[in-house]
Design a protein around this ligand. Sequence first.
Ligand code: HEM
Length: 686
Amino acid sequence: WELARRRAAPGTGSGRLRSLPALPLVGSLLQLAGHPQLHLRLWHLQGRYGSLYALWMGSHYVVVVNSYRHAREVLLKKGKAFAGRPRTVSRQQVSGDPLPLRHGVRRGMLPRKALAPGRVRVLSPSCLQQSNGRGSPSLRCPPGRILRILRPEGARSSPGLAASRGLGTWGQVTTDLLSRGGKDIAFASYGPLWKFQRKLVHTALSMFGEGSLALERIICREAASLCETLSAAQDTALDVAPELTRAVTNVVCSLCFNSSYRRGDPEFEAMLEYSQGIVDTVAKESLVDIFPWLQVSRDTGTACSSHLGREEGAGMCPEGGGYLSPPGLGGSLPRCPTRASILVGTERLPGGLQRLGRAGAPCCNGAFLPQIFPNKDLALLKRCLKVRDQLLQQKFTEHKVPPGPGQGGARELWGAGAGMEGTVPRTAWLTRVPWQEAFCGDAVRDLMDALLQVRLSAENSSPPAPGLELTDDHLLMTVGDIFGAGVETTTTVLKWAVLYLLHYPEVQRKIQEEMDQKIGLARHPHLSDRPLLPYLEATISEVLRIRPVSPLLIPHVSLADTSIGEYAIPKGARVVINLWSVHHDEKEWDKPEEFNPGRFLDERGQHIHSPSPSYLPFGAGIRVCLGEVLAKMELFLFLAWVLQRFTLECPQDQPLPSLEGKFGVVLQVQKFRVKARLRDAWRVPS
Ligand code: HEM
């Protein structure tokens, strides 16, 4: 206990934010422990610390925002200053100076073969220790080659020091794995590349989706298929979760890959499984995120596109901690004794330079602490990501090589479903036919095509725009993001909506009455019916309020010294917006615990409006959800189609399912079954 101390929050006097007590190393973990619902714990803590307070997650300084006033300041007024995301590694280009070494060997003692050009090399932490803090760690390489070592942002020396400074930006191991170190949109740091990716997806979404009849047709096709399934399972207790997931997945799949799944497709089953694994493990502020050195590297590396399929370049995959053996190298890579290798093969740099080395992302964290604690969550996540990456890679390759006349494209070459249970197809064939030649940019059918086309035009324009270099990883992670962010969120909101309709049959009746009056039975609902169905719209809004699918948004990070209210917020602080608190604030909402769609309607019940500005289900400002329009289209059409035909009921022999969520990367619904009864008007008279 003598070691116990209160860490001082930054700022002075009245400008100092109240902070939960914190112990060295573990931070405020003891105050948060034992409560699986982090958003509720943070909500309750307001009683003692006020609506804006700080805490320590291990060495991370975290500011918790529980009120709309402060959320608005973070997201809207100072959106740019708070637009960062937690990161594990940063890219630091090497200068030419020798690496200052604290322990271990000096530069001259590095194995010579490790620096030989054109060779794959793996340096182990035992021979290369971290910098002692004097600038970027660097090594002088043979001419024309650059050795690059990545370190966590802000980590100047040891994690201990970072912790004592209090603002260590030791990052989210799980989200870094998920996004290959932030090469996606959701977890990428604010910067020109992130802006570029966001703009690309935004344009592609408007091209293929939002507002276009094509997307409405896709959603309606899936809604019809969902209704068929409900019809076939009529009067039995059905787990609707996989059906809703399939419907939403198919919309996103059509958008991203111009393809969809039938019921029972093994690829779809694999996808369901890996998605659940990711939801169960990512971004729960699990121990491995707080203490990255808790992870164990195993040989379960995920396929990293920048190394797969290249004749040159191989080594340890940064994401998975495993080794990749590319064609020609025969898998005979040296192993790092501590399995925390940091260097991998070569990578092209603009200007013909070759870059050697890539951090074993979270594996090394620049700290090279012994990795001795097994971590089940992490192992599960890596397994799931491996499957996801194989799938993404397969789709990616298919898009690069579209089917020629009489060909089934890449899928035919490798066989349908290839890659899911086996290994990712090697790209030896691709190296013979450069994708740039095979890719048919004229027929842009989906998001993947659109991204490839941008990439192609960027490659053709010389010199490439600085800082806007889209690698294969960026493309894959961007599409992966749309999948990750687009499927789980929308499906979860649909599940919550069904659950609330079971609890509130009078709400369901009112929606159906409204539909009967305004649409009738002679036609299907369309998007243009939205203004005609305000009660359905209000119900969707109330579901999004009472059970925000992303109760803590995605953590933001301050990019400069700034402030919230009168409190100083230092650069690098993580800012968590507790959307649960914002949506359940009694000062903003009348009886916030009550499910009452009517609160979103005007006095005449004909127009939808929010009674309080304290409503941010999609976030706001610079980092606002990219799929808000698409998600709202899906929620409206799926619910309208189902409720036009079916009445949803709780199976007689079962109690009403719980309305309590399970905190995770989304606020999950507990498993439940539902009976979909065909409404009388739809029954064919016998
Ligand atoms: C009902 C469904 C959805 C809800 C409630 C939702 C909510 C959110 C929230 C709260 C954020 C975080 C904002 C922040 O950190 O400040 C977010 C980010 C994001 N969402 Fe959604 N989302 C939904 C559906 C979608 C869909 C369908 C897509 C894709 C088409 C999507 C793509 C994204 C992306 C890419 C981000 C990251 C934006 C960035 O960091 O710049 N979301 N979403």
